[in-house]
Every structure is written in C-alpha cells, then in structure tokens.
Write a protein that binds this ligand. Structure first.
Ligand code: MN
Length: 419
C-alpha cells in the first residue's frame, strides 16, 4: 500500500487530515459574495479549480466544466477524463511542483467557505444490503426464525427513493407528519413522527450512463465516487405504510450526504472483498474481484446544547452486496442509468450491538435506550438533536476521509392541514 503523498500544502501532510494529497475529493463551495463553483479539498484548504480553469492553469478539456454548481459536467467526460484531471491535480499540488506560485492564490481556507450539493442528483435508489441490519430489523418485526426474507441472499433488495429531498450536510431536517398506526390502535391518526431515526449508509454516484444490462465489472467502472449518506427514516410511518410496496413517505423527508465526493481512484488502495456468500449468487451478480472498501464509519449524536456521544462505529466492508452489484442488478430490467444517479448502500451495521447503524437497532425498537454522555437517553431522535456521520479509509500514516455528514432535527410544524 502506498504511503502519504507529500504536498506543498503543509496541512495536507498531517496524518489526521481527511484530505491529504492521496484523497483530492470534489465539492461545490462558495465564499461570501461569490457564486457556488467546483473546488477540491486539500488539507484545511479548498482549491478553487473554477478559478484555475478560468486562468488557463488547469483544464479538463473544452468547454470549461468547473465554474458551475455541480460536478455533473465533469462526470460526463468519463473515466479517461477523470484520470487525466486527477493526475494533473496531483502534479500541481505535490511537493516540489514548479506551479506552486501560480496555484497558491487559488487556495481558500475551508473554515471560510460554505458547502453546497456537490452534484445534481438524477435519481436516488436505496438498498437493504447489510446483513446484520436486515437480520436485526427482521428479528424485531418477524422473529429470529424468519429474520432474513427468503429473497435476501439472492437479490440486492432496493426501492426507488426521491432525488428531490437529497440535501447537503449542514441542512436542517424537519420532523415529518404522517399516517401512524401501531398494532394496538384501532384506526390510524395523522400526527408528527414519534420514531424519527437515522440510517448510516454510503452513497455511490454513477458517473457513466448505461442502456441495457451491465455486468458487475462494467457497473464498477461506471461509479464515479462515494459520499457518506444519512437516510433519515420515520419508523412509525414506515411500519404502517410499507406493505406491500416498501417504504414511501417514511423515507421521503430527507436524505443527507457529505459535501465531498471521494473518488473511486482515491479509494482504490482500500478495496477489499464482501463477506463470504452463504448461497451462490446467479452468474450476473458474481463479483470478478474485490468490490467493497475498508472504510471506518462512526455516528455521533449531540442533544441540543450538549456534547456529541459516539453511538455507533462500524465499517463499510460489512455490506453483503457492493455498490457495483447493486448497480448491475439495477440495470437487469433494461432500466437506463444516468450520470448523477445516487445509490444508497443500505444501513451499515456490524455484528456487535455498538456497531449498529440506526437507533431502531441500537435501542432495539425502543426497548433499550442508548445512554448519552451527560445523562440523557435516546430511543429515537428528539428535536434539536445533531447527528454526524464520519468516515475514513486508513492508510499507513494517512487517512482518506469524507468530511462530516451532519444534520439537526427541527421540531414538527403545526398541523400542516389546519388552515
Ligand atoms: Mn436506507
């Protein structure tokens, strides 16, 4: 495995930074009074690649692609364009680069910028590919005997979600209203969600379009990069609405993503294998090589005015199905995939209780509340809670991090229909 690549941007050589030269993730930023545009994180700075492009110092080709508030136009260039640009960025920023003097004026301190959605989400699909999560949820809802649905070991289960409510980290999330009915209630009521929850996930971003079915290898080649993803979930709405077509309004309120797209190229050294197959998969779903990544993940919860407590720690390599397998499966019907499609991995939970990626599992359906530093407890999210997802692949003396994916829960509005 490669070690830390040295940069003349000093803060990028700190072994604890999320953004060493090895990473170079892509985001959209603005500063006071300037328009959102493309930037690359390096150490504690953002490199204004739109500015470099305008000055003719750095280019991804013609026409220009960076002076706009999304990376979609760059994605459209395809894998060769991605590789060439990453190599050019590395050359500009590495220690000893003769270009330092011309590039340095385009560095903006990270703590002075505002981050925006890094890409236009074409469509959003969410999966259910974590075996521990599916087993835990199944055990709670159907009993341990029938925990995994009969199709689970054969097919990456998913549903078509909403692109319109995908939001960048830092955006507040309003507790939704919905139709609720617990088993002991005779009839449903329309009320604010009482079991609002998170789902710790990774999001894979499609950078190459497809027409017709693709193989797992072709699917992997289509993936541009990854983000952290919080699939906010209204468990009480979900429990009543989900049969027989799956989640609908329970998942439609909001999906938060981290602001930096970590490229597949940056994650390449951390490739690893999905867990052993219990049942042999159909040929179209078999992986030609390691297709998942070793990425440490963490969730913290801070009550309003309180300190954050780590409530879960796990790893992306727990997933039974990789994003490439999910994407290949997504195309089997002939469904065309587009640049900017976002695929949620499904909730990532490890085998141990502290490795569970949702409060539903951590509190075991509310029966075992999670203790927070400072004395509070949580079964589900309360108003004012701030949730933060963190993730990083760890190399020898460096880390490839994602930056935080954070969101605060706002109280439900007054009855939206009382008017
Ligand atoms: Mn989900």
């Amino acid at each position: 495995m490669t070690g830390l690549r040295q940069s003349w941007v000093e803060s990028a050589n700190d072994p604890e930074t999320d953004f060493p030269l090895n990473n170079l993730p892509y985001g959209v930023f603005s500063t006071e009074g300037s328009a959102p545009r493309c930037g690359v994180a390096i150490g504690d700075m953002v490199l204004d690649v739109a500015g470099l492009e305008a000055e003719g110092i750095l280019s991804a080709g013609d026409p220009p692609v960076f002076s706009r508030p999304s990376w979609n136009a760059f994605m459209e260039l395809g894998p060769e364009g991605w590789t060439g640009f990453r190599a050019a960025l590395m050359a500009l920023l590495k220690t000893g680069s003769p270009m330092r003097g011309r590039v340095e004026p385009f560095l903006v301190p990270l703590d002075t910028v505002r981050m925006h959605m890094p890409f236009d989400v074409a469509e959003y699909t969410d999966f259910y590919a974590g075996r521990n999560h599916a087993t835990n949820v199944g055990t709670m809802f159907r009993g341990a005997e029938n925990a995994l649905p009969p199709n689970w070991l054969h097919i990456p289960i998913g549903y078509n979600g909403r692109a319109s409510s995908v939001m960048v980290s830092g955006t507040d999330v309003r507790r939704p209203w919905g139709q609720l009915k617990s088993p002991e209630m005779e009839a449903p009521v329309f009320a604010p969600c009482k079991r609002f929850d998170l789902e710790l996930e990774m999001g894979a971003i499609v950078g190459v379009p497809s027409q017709g079915p693709v193989s797992v290898q072709e699917a992997d080649d289509m993936i541009f990069g990854y983000v952290l993803l919080n699939d906010w979930s209204a468990r009480d709405i979900q429990a009543w609405e989900y049969q027989p077509l799956g989640p609908f309004q329970a998942k439609a309120t909001a999906t938060s993503i981290s602001p930096w797209i970590v490229t597949k190229a940056a994650l390449e050294p951390f490739r690893t294998s999905t867990p052993a197959r219990e049942k042999e998969l159909l040929p179209y779903l078999r992986e030609p090589g390691p297709m998942i990544y070793d990425i440490d993940l963490m969730v913290t919860l801070a009550p309003e005015g309180g300190v954050p407590t780590v409530i879960a720690e796990t790893n992306y390599n727990e997933m039974y199905y990789s994003a490439a397998q999910q994407l290949a499966h997504h195309t089997t019907s002939g469904c065309p995939m587009r640049v900017g499609d976002l695929l949620g991995s499904g909730t990532i939970s490890g085998a141990e209780p502290r490795q569970r990626g949702s409060l539903l599992e951590l509190s075991w359906g509310g029966k075992e509340p999670v203790a927070l530093d400072g004395g509070a407890e949580r079964s589900f999210l309360e108003d004012g809670d701030v949730l933060t997802l963190l993730g990083a692949a760890r190399g020898d003396g460096f880390r490839v991090g994602f930056g935080a994916c954070t969101g605060r829960v706002l109280p439900a509005l007054d009855d939206p229909y009382a008017r």
